[in-house]
Design a protein around this ligand. Structure first.
Ligand code: HEM
Length: 466
């Protein structure tokens, strides 16, 4: 009897091992094609997502050691080619027309809208992007946006003296508030608050599994999107019925639509969502990380303060910053670039193939994702000496910003159209922050850098007037 029981258990364990081995091999069998790069595909459905999210950059380095700079994996629900090859990354970013289109997750595209700039390509992309550039390009920044950014950052920072604040939360609020005011300046606080509440839902839903049943983030995200469409549609109708000229982004979009028949209402709504979505996390986390690095590097803080006090000296207390002031903020821009590099605010971008193609001699099947992983380039000791050191002075060498592998703002036809606007917002924030306040860390903060830069429990500082 005992022997029989042992045999049954042994068979059961053996069966389980064979089943697990089969499961483990399932993705390898399913995605087996001749010519693919080396790599492992992990478990069915989940692939290697868990290892990717948990180990982050270490996972990438391990796989690169095993398989080389270009390898295959299965992450975030898709078979994916990961490229850590700077030359190939550049090729991919510069050759969208050859069938290398944006490959962001379906949940994101569903919730951000079918006219969203990340969802379109070819001539549609050109049309949406040109419209966007006419709204956030340098001429409008100089004439209108800069004074508005100045005004609302000043208001946001006005009463922090003596307070313990979570600078992560504050910079997120600031960036969203400033962006909203550029789009629809005259709207009341109550419109702003309900819009922000719905936008937060949309944001969470855009990075979720696409399961559309009540209770899921995806479902909430869709609800957020629906309500945002409702708020914006009402706003558009109100604007059309009013003779008042508001001179903000919404006004520009509506007037363009009337005169040049540019964007229709659905496209205008998706454009507004794109502006708010794309600049939100990037600018707020860069602001937070700049505060962190400046706190830890007093020499850099001193030089930055010097630059900004010199500007303040030329101006009266209430006088806003102008384009010439911004252009004179040389060291500030170096701080921004060094922060973006060292924190790796953007780890990489996603692309998708529209047909089977060969890259670096490997097959990339139609529909597979490509993760253009740019993070490692930020720490390349040949490009950046002592790459783990916060050293804004390194950016004095202008070639550093324009070298072929500087992907801090992406590249090719998707190069960030909000680059100047983002740098200006960061520069104005730093101007008022360092000329008004000094600060100390309260301590205990944890700042994660992968898969995104965030302080899960906040980054708390005590702020005092200088
Ligand atoms: C520090 C700030 C910023 C960083 C680091 C950053 C980074 C990037 C990167 C890496 C891309 C390329 C994405 C890709 O190739 O798929 C991108 C695209 C984009 N960014 Fe930014 N960005 C910043 C600020 C902003 C701001 C303030 C806006 C405001 C409108 C903005 C709007 C966009 C848009 C709409 C795209 C998509 C462009 C296209 O598909 O043609 N970004 N950004």
């Amino acid at each position: 009897m005992e022997i029989f029981l042992i045999m049954v258990i042994s068979w059961f364990v053996l069966g389980l091992i064979i089943f697990c081995l089969f499961l483990f091999k399932w993705n390898e069998i399913r995605y087996n094609k001749k010519g693919l790069p080396p790599g492992s595909m992990g478990w069915p459905f989940f692939g290697e997502t868990n290892e990717f999210l948990k180990q982050g950059p270490e996972f990438m380095k391990t796989q690169r050691t095993r398989y080389g700079k270009v390898f295959k994996s299965h992450i975030l629900g898709s078979p994916t080619i990961i490229s850590m090859d700077p030359e190939l990354n550049r090729y991919i970013l510069l050759n969208e027309a050859k069938g290398l289109i944006p490959g962001y997750p379906q949940s994101m595209l569903d919730i951000l809208g079918t006219n969203n700039i990340a969802a379109v390509y070819g001539s549609n992309h050109k049309y949406i992007r040109n419209n966007l550039l006419s709204l956030i390009g340098i001429p409008l920044i100089k004439d209108q946006l800069m004074s508005r950014i100045d005004k609302y950052i000043r208001i946001h920072l006005s009463n922090w003296d003596g307070m313990n604040i979570d600078i992560q939360e504050k910079t997120m609020d600031m960036v969203f508030y400033v962006a909203f005011k550029q789009i629809a300046e005259a709207e009341s606080n109550s419109v702003y608050n309900s819009f922000k509440c719905e936008f937060d839902k949309l944001l969470t839903g855009s990075l979720s599994l696409p399961i559309n049943i009540p209770g899921t983030n995806y479902y909430q995200g869709f609800k957020g999107r629906k309500n945002i469409i409702k708020i914006l549609t009402e706003l558009i109708e109100k604007r059309r019925a009013s003779p008042v000229i508001y001179d903000d982004m919404l006004d520009h979009m509506l007037n363009d639509a009337e005169t040049k028949n540019t964007l229709n209402d659905v496209e205008i709504i998706d454009q507004i969502i794109a502006i708010l979505y794309s600049g939100y996390e990037t600018v707020s986390t860069t602001s937070m990380m700049a505060v962190k690095y400046l706190h830890d590097h007093q020499e850099a803080l001193q030089e930055l303060r010097g630059e900004h006090f010199a500007i303040r000296k030329r101006k009266t207390a209430e006088e806003p910053l102008d384009w010439d002031d911004y252009k004179s903020m040389r060291f500030t821009q170096r701080v921004v670039f060094e922060t973006l590099r060292l924190a790796s605010v953007v780890n990489g971008v996603l692309r998708k193939t529209t047909k089977d193609m060969k890259l670096n001699g490997f097959l990339v099947p139609k529909g597979w994702r490509i993760y253009v992983y740019t993070r490692e380039i930020n720490y390349d000791p040949i490009l950046y000496q002592e790459p783990l050191k916060f050293n804004p002075w390194r950016w004095q060498d202008r070639n550093l910003e324009s070298h072929n592998y500087c992907f801090l703002f992406g590249g090719g036809s998707r190069l960030c159209p909000g680059k100047e606007l983002g740098i200006i917002t960061l520069s104005i924030f730093l101007h008022y922050f360092v000329t008004t306040y000094r600060w100390e860390e309260i301590g205990g903060e944890v700042i994660l850098q992968f898969p995104r830069v965030e302080a899960p429990n906040g980054y708390h500082i005590n702020v005092m007037k200088v």
